[in-house]
Design a protein around this ligand. Structure first.
Ligand SMILES: C[S@@+](CC[C@H](N)C(=O)[O-])C[C@H]1O[C@@H](n2cnc3c(N)ncnc32)[C@H](O)[C@@H]1O
Length: 314
């Protein structure tokens, strides 16, 4: 199953089949109180005067390209999110896992609400995604982490592919011997990982796009090939790309027409069914959406190279 659906998730969720998804991952708006918007700058070589100079005296035109945007301001965030989570649970397999990605503004309220809904015994991990990017206010500790809550529907029987974990470098490799140092260690519940690099090939320009590396861990460790992953706050489709790259199906839902266009473009290689919209074809040089290069499929051989991480000592 490979689907991208344009629609209000509260309306779409009841129309989805029962028990089709081994994993639900969601990265809802964080209630930042702002319109989330990220414009991109497109720079093109020109024979004219051009706004910017470059190597060898070349001139470049600079154009601001509007990316998608969405409102992120809720008076009652819990009242918005919890009914949607509740409606999504029927889509999970009986041994499925739920991942809720939030930040410091709302995570504590939603944790308590989820414990109430699912029972504390289903709560398995609080994963901290730590990054180190952007401004550093001088009047408080800079907030540089998000929180991902993991709940397992069956706490005694869930998918956890330990061997599918990527390995990360030891902080003091000299202390563990050559073989261990080369193999690296398994990650903990604190995931140091860069944000989507500003000029990296995975960047789509969609505001609040999450890095593939974070989703790869969720998809590879918590589902099996052939499983389906559901993300009903899908944005640019990072969950779908990770699922497709690892031989999983995906169902992505977003109510923002720009988001589903970006997801459809980025996932064109997987030939998803587009529901409620038609994918815009990219006219060469005209389409504001950047089509990311295909990443090589992960190797099935020995352990993959460590993720690009920024560790506490980097
Ligand atoms: C934080 S973004 C998700 C970003 C995504 N994880 C990525 O990597 O690109 C949240 C998304 O939820 C969508 N959204 C917000 N409310 C929604 C609703 N009621 N139904 C469907 N989508 C919604 C927004 O349009 C936005 O794209």
């Amino acid at each position: 199953m490979k689907k991208i659906i344009l629609g209000e998730n509260a309306e779409v969720l009841p129309t989805l089949p029962e028990a089709f998804a081994r994993v639900i991952y969601m990265d809802p708006p964080f209630n930042t109180g702002q319109v989330q918007k990220r414009d991109r700058i497109r720079v093109r070589a020109t024979d004219g005067a051009g706004e910017r100079g470059g190597f060898g005296g070349r001139r470049y035109d600079v154009e601001r390209v509007e990316s998608g945007s969405y409102d992120d301001d809720f008076e009652d965030f819990e009242g918005f999110l919890m009914p949607r989570i509740e409606a999504s649970l029927r889509c999970l397999t009986s041994d499925g896992s739920l991942f809720v990605h939030l930040d410091y503004r709302e995570v504590h309220h939603i944790k308590v609400a989820l414990d109430r809904l699912l029972g504390r015994r289903r709560f398995i991990n609080e994963i901290i995604w730590a990054y180190d990017y952007g401004g550093r206010p001088k009047n408080r500790w800079p907030a540089k982490h998000d929180t991902i809550l993991w709940y397992a529907m069956k706490p005694a029987d869930y998918v956890f592919n330990y061997d599918a974990m990527d390995r990360i470098p030891y902080m003091a490799p000299g202390l563990v011997g050559k073989e261990k140092a080369e193999r690296g260690k398994t990650p903990t519940d604190v995931w140091w990982h860069t944000i989507v690099p500003t000029h990296g090939r995975e960047k789509t320009g969609y505001p609040t796009q999450k890095p593939l590396g974070v989703l790869h861990r969720v998809v590879k460790v918590h589902s099996r090939p052939g499983d389906v992953v559901l993300d009903f706050f899908a944005g640019s489709g990072t969950t779908g790309e990770s699922a497709a790259r690892h031989g999983r199906g995906f169902v992505l839902v977003d109510n923002n027409p720009e988001a589903v266009q970006i997801a459809a473009t980025r996932l064109a290689f997987a030939r998803p069914e587009c529901v409620g919209f038609a994918r815009r074809r990219a006219a060469r040089g005209k389409d504001p959406l950047k089509v990311p290069e295909l990443h090589p499929r992960p190797s099935t051989g020995p352990l993959p190279r460590p993720l690009p991480t920024n560790t506490p000592d980097s």
